[in-house]
Write a protein that binds this ligand. Sequence first.
Ligand SMILES: *Cc1c(COP(=O)(O)O)cnc(C)c1O
Length: 954
Amino acid sequence: MQPYISFPQRAFARRHLGSVDDTRQQMLDLLGFESVRDLIDAAVPPGIRLDKPLNLPAARTEQEALADLRGIMNQNLVLRSNIGMGYNDTVTPPVILRNILENPGWYTAYTPYQAEIAQGRLEALINFQTMITDLTGLPAANASLLDEGTAAAEAMSMALATNRKGKTIFVADSCHPQTIEVIQTRAEPLGVNVHVADWKTFDPESVENLFAVVVQYPDTTGSVADYTEFLAKAKAVKAMAVVAADVLSLMVLKAPGEMGADIVVGNTQRFGVPLGFGGPHAAFMACTEKLVRKMPGRVIGISHDTTGKPAYRLSLQTREQHIRRDKATSNICTAQVLLAVMASMYAVYHGPDGLRAIAHRVHGFATQLAERLRAGGFELQNDTWFDTLTVKTGGKAALIVEEACDRGINLRQIDEDLVGISLDEKTSAHEIDLLISAFGLERAVVGAGEDVADDAPLSLPAELLRSDEVLTHPVFNSYHSETEMLRYLRRLETKDLALNESMIALGSCTMKLNATAEMIPVSWPEVNGLHPFAPLDQAKGYIEMFTQLSDWLSEITGFAAVSLQPNAGSQGEYAGLLAIRKYHQKNGDDQRKICLIPTSAHGTNPATAVMVGFKVVPVACDENGNIDIDDLTAKSEKYADTLAALMITYPSTHGVFEEGIIKICETIHANGGQVYMDGANMNAQVGLTSPGFIGADVCHLNLHKTFCIPHGGGGPGVGPIGVAEHLVPFLPGHSFLGESEQSAVSAAPWGSSSIDVISWMYIAMMGAEGLEEATKLAIVNANYVAKRLETVFPIVYRGLNDLIAHECIVDVRGFQDTAGVGVEDIAKRLMDYGYHSPTMSWPVAGTLMIEPTESESKAELDRFCDAMISIHNEIKQIEAGEFSREDNPLVNAPHTSAMVTADEWNHPYSRQTAVFPDSYTQNHKFWPAVSRIDNVFGDRNLVCTCAPMEDYAE
Ligand SMILES: *Cc1c(COP(=O)(O)O)cnc(C)c1O
């Protein structure tokens, strides 16, 4: 029998898998197995193995899959969309499209935890934060959230946690409808009462326990109002002021911060990020100084390196979920880094003058259109506007929307009478003519469309305009020619280590190949050009693609249905627990609120449980890393009347296939609970077993881990959930799609639609056999790495037959005593060898978790293992006294070019050892941009905007 599958030369699987044929045999030899099958049989408990192959379409070549997907997506009709509602079309500058969105140097990077090799995207993100603070008029901002709706919901949670005054939030009825819906979804389980009404007539004093107010600026009908007085009234009764704002209008409008806002949220999509039928885009949040440590998501800060050189880093709260668990400020983990980078670069490229010109032109066209519609006898509902008009049509709304559609433009039909028109960067004089004729007006009568000058006057009262300068920092005023921009992007890119440099073996994060053929469709106009609220008959291609992908994911997970709506794993967890909660409620079991979570769980799990109103009860793990079944059983029985769910990761976060998993699920069910499986480790399950088969009721997938969406340097992601039959009615709905049991968890009906094509391509090209082989090779590779490293670093946990699943935890804790070396020193020293560290100190403090994935070749695995072994030799030299504990290649790591070219070199090891520790680095060197960054200093001095760097130099 063949020791492994041999794929035809044309098969994509041969490109996705790091080793086929001989090299796999060599790994098996070291592991002492005859075949891949033998090893898998030994590693995976027989009781959980699927008894038949996945039922998926036959594998397609790259060309075939691209052609098939093109055929599907060609059914989409890409019209111009002047629908608005927080989404406006934009021009992605080609220099940004090709050099960021289509560039693996940017899109294959991981979240910048290892700051010394991530200065490029950290700089881009601090530019983003600076841009947001400038535009909103508030001092602090984070480095992106998932979408405007969830950002507004996060603002609600932040206000609720800060302001314990009451449980009622006022939301203006002129907010975007999907924002109101997502807030309502989030509010309900927390017992928060959402009061939706007209802000003009709402008296904050009339509600006793009001903790916050939310208004939209400009509002969803286009109206621009000064909220100063209203916010002051709200604050007089100690309610916090939240403003959801449009980013382009803020170039000219008075800043919400100036009106008294405590928190400002919004979406940066129209800064050069394609519509993508709903996402991904980077939402933002800005807040006052007082609230900054309560802000959800990542915040980039500034510190300095060992030489005093200023350096960027993620601030303290980044990992707070893992530390604070169920007391975390939010469950956000993956955010929208790539899109935030694009939006910030849009601002860098255009600069304040360019952006102002875009704003003036959009506004000028809106004014022109308003005047002509009025001249033609139409009345507007809004008498102020930035770019959006709401037109009263005398009951002809449907007809006008249809007429516009015939002319290639989608408008928003608000009701029988009202039509919304939201213009954008692409609006032209010709389009104004088309709109005028859609309203049945003659150019001869109301005038023809005219171009608008960059400095066209604004037709808004002066008190609504901003008078301060924005984006004055040099970064927004230096790179306006394409040559300069190209080089700026390149400079930042080369500071960052991404998958196009070397393997990034981050346990739990599954940094596998993001194949080019998977990425290509993301740039197709029929994929990225659709507005999320475009009429569904224009999205036939999308619907077909969603249906196929959902069906395939259902087959892979063993579930009845899948929802693609959640924008990240954290959001999938949320949607999944909401489904469980609704299910219990339907059964009359409202009291079921206990959520068992093993102590080894990812921090998002407890943080999410709290968001649905569950109470977290931790379950212990035994010394092998398995759930302590006795403890689990005892707690399930103890809480039999109130048990809602167990959240469990499989294979466990410790990287082993727990044999007891089926029994665990049975125990939970026997006590009335539901099993939520965290599917982040699905890369070890696909084709071998499945959450549905094991007995789980719901599970999220991270398409940005297992299914090849790139991490984008910290997002985007997609976190679909699969559910068993009884939970199908409780999947997230969306009011745009009609009534549903469960309201939306994301702003767009299908969340980050445009990147679903990546996972579609992956599954289409791999087929059932390729996917199963990928899982097996991921397990082979992990065991190979464990085998090679076990002689120098003990492996913390093992499963059946001393094997592991797809990742392993190596123990480096002992070296603190013997050599004064901690896990961080090893992580930083790996940079000198050209590597990104594996996952550090999670799930076990002081250890490294290595997940090689199936995409890495044996040669690369060997080079990584050699580096680890070489670092171990250096540790031995410290133990032997050859280097002191205070001065050795580890504690001084990473070494920069500046360090080794300095006139002085006083270390007991050579410059060569410092930066060219092996033969590979002698031929190809990746240079960390800065030396070790001072984390403590950065956390004490939280600065999250880019004032001139010199200010922070020592
Ligand atoms: C990545 C991960 C999550 C969170 O997913 P995001 O997409 O980052 O929100 C949850 N659980 C585990 C085990 C993970 O590895």
